[in-house]
Design a protein around this ligand. Sequence first.
Ligand SMILES: CC(C)(COP(=O)(O)OP(=O)(O)OC[C@H]1O[C@@H](n2cnc3c(N)ncnc32)[C@H](O)[C@@H]1OP(=O)(O)O)[C@@H](O)C(=O)NCCC(=O)NCCS
Length: 229
Amino acid sequence: MTTHEIADGELQFSTDRSRLDVAAIHRFISDESYWTPGIARELVERAIAHSLCFGAYASGAQIGFARVVTDYVGFAYLADVFVIREWRGVGVGRRLMDFVFAHPQLQNMRRFLLATRDAHALYARYGFTPLSSPKHFMERYDADALSPARRAGPAPGRDCVPPTGPGGRRAARSFRNARIVPSLGECEVEQDPGMTGGAAGVARHARLVRVTLPLDRTVSKPIDFASVS
Ligand SMILES: CC(C)(COP(=O)(O)OP(=O)(O)OC[C@H]1O[C@@H](n2cnc3c(N)ncnc32)[C@H](O)[C@@H]1OP(=O)(O)O)[C@@H](O)C(=O)NCCC(=O)NCCS
């Protein structure tokens, strides 16, 4: 794909992937972003490799970044937009967005999406509005899917040792709704309609050997306890 670049005084904006300072981008997203704190460098690298990336530079140093995930036909999603603290408030973000939305292969997009906590005003300049038909949209959102703790994941049969006895084994089989509660050192199992109170009660006393998940994280896949019971 053709590389696009513009110079604007001491600033440069480029889609040249080879110019990206991946260490600096990872550092910002991991240490300073509110969306994926702690994200592993390998995941940032993978995202960069599969996105159309836009860098902002001052004297060759990375001061801003944005990426677009797109099919180059009708859909695009803007992500990981940032300007480093030292350069904020002087128009870099706006010029970076000018550069993104002027990209020849992002014209006539049927749907361009983004999510932002507080920079709506910045994107409103480019025609972004709240969803026009929110009831037509669905999402599957997992806020900390990329967190280091989640990526480490519980090691089956080691992190959480299920209770023995018929109740515990039943709970382990119904482990879809289990929560690991680090502060209590326990596995807590929600009461499924098909699960007896006894099973839930016994499972609550499961012994936790190593904590790997946040307090309120619901385990979405059954944990295989076969190797322990
Ligand atoms: C959001 C961010 C990229 C803006 O970059 P910037 O270089 O400071 O922005 P600019 O100086 O070009 O300002 C552009 C306009 O957007 C507005 N704006 C910038 N950040 C904003 C914010 N967080 N909330 C609301 N408006 C914001 C500015 O007021 C300005 O409007 P104006 O031209 O009418 O005065 C930058 O503040 C940043 O990196 N923040 C931390 C990471 C982040 O929140 N990224 C956005 C994720 S969606």
